[in-house]
Ligand binder design. Structure first.
Ligand SMILES: Cc1cc2nc3c(=O)[nH]c(=O)nc-3n(C[C@H](O)[C@H](O)[C@H](O)COP(=O)(O)OP(=O)(O)OC[C@H]3O[C@@H](n4cnc5c(N)ncnc54)[C@H](O)[C@@H]3O)c2cc1C
Length: 302
């Protein structure tokens, strides 16, 4: 993909294009160098225009709230796309059904469901990501995940073709879904159950209290670093790490949270390399000590 071409034609695309943009402040780890191109479409039309021109000519990474990603220290040699306002609508379809744009936060959608007396989306209030990130990761907590409430996804592929996929045609896995990587989710339809808003509110408060007791808050982290190895052991990943690695292990400013051993933290100015060294060290120690092969939950962008 030629930057010169994008500089010229970009002027006619409905969206903002930035070159050599820092991505450090766009993710929860607060880690990462720059991206060659950063594109924020103002409309679906603008997104499709960009994809039709450049979607097949270079790498693309679609960024949500950045709460599950680890960027590289070196410049990303492609386009990072971040959906904004025009992908943030939430609409009530009927007494139990909601359509939400993928740029909106999961927290906002769970609040909207509560205000409209729809139960089933309470778990989203504990997850700091966007709807788009939640779909890609099949995010969840307290025994509920996206697959339980998702009805359909509207999306566009990197060639600019828009379509809709019913959820019952998708294979959901633990913290992932079986859909190709070259898809950008635009909006999603969710179905819950009618319930009294006050009861929903009480349940949401209970979940958030439990979550805050178990996991650290207000720190630079991407949440759970590794997936729970459900097919290898009954033990939770934090237990495996606790028993295999000294908690004070650190690489530069990349450290293990004191409160939750599967949350890795950027104490101040950790580099991506520091975080990757910590990840590899923990992975090796857990394998040596317990025989369990850990798999990353966070998405490493290179
Ligand atoms: C403090 C903390 C607590 C957390 N607790 C939980 C938890 O309880 N349960 C849980 O499951 N996760 C948890 N997470 C992880 C994270 O919040 C979730 O995975 C979240 O759903 C990711 O959403 P995001 O918008 O931040 O995605 P990002 O981190 O921006 O991206 C994650 C992935 O989604 C893809 N993506 C994002 N938007 C789109 C889109 N529109 N179309 C296509 N692909 C897209 C990205 O390309 C990437 O592959 C936690 C993270 C933190 C920091």
């Amino acid at each position: 993909m030629k930057i010169e071409d994008i500089k010229k034609s970009g002027l006619n695309i409905d969206g903002d294009i930035f070159f050599d943009q820092s991505i450090k402040n766009l993710n929860w780890f607060n880690i990462g160098g720059k991206t060659k191109i950063f594109f924020r479409p103002n409309s679906l039309k603008g997104l499709i225009e960009y994809l039709k021109l450049y979607g097949s000519r270079g790498k693309i990474f679609i960024l949500g709230n950045g709460s599950n990603v680890l960027f590289d220290d070196d410049t990303y040699q492609g386009t990072v796309i971040k959906l904004g306002k025009s992908f943030s609508n939430i609409t009530l379809l009927d007494n139990e059904t909601i359509i939400a744009g993928t740029a909106v936060s999961q927290k906002k959608v769970s609040e909207f469901a509560k205000d409209n007396g729809i139960s089933g989306l309470e778990f989203m209030s504990c997850i700091p990501g966007s709807i788009g990130g939640g779909i890609r990761m099949n995010s969840g907590c307290f025994k509920k995940e996206f697959k339980d409430i998702l009805i359909s996804i509207q999306l566009v592929d990197f060639k600019g073709l828009v379509r809709s996929i019913p959820a019952n045609k998708i294979n959901f896995r633990y913290r992932s879904i079986e859909l190709p990587a070259d898809l950008i989710f635009l909006s999603a339809t969710f179905k819950g159950k009618e319930k009294n808003s006050e009861e929903i509110n009480n349940y949401m408060n209970e979940l958030n209290t439990n979550k805050n007791m178990a996991q650290p808050t207000r720190i630079k982290t991407s949440g759970s670093t590794f997936k729970n190895p459900i097919n290898q052991t009954d033990k939770k990943v934090w237990e495996l790490i606790r028993s295999s690695v000294p908690n004070e292990t650190s690489y530069g400013d990349a450290v293990i949270s004191e409160k939750h051993a599967n949350f890795f933290v950027n104490k101040k100015n950790a580099k991506s390399e520091d975080m990757k060294s910590l990840i590899n060290f923990v992975k090796k120690k857990v394998k040596d000590h317990t025989g369990v092969k850990l798999e990353l939950e966070i998405v490493v962008v290179e």
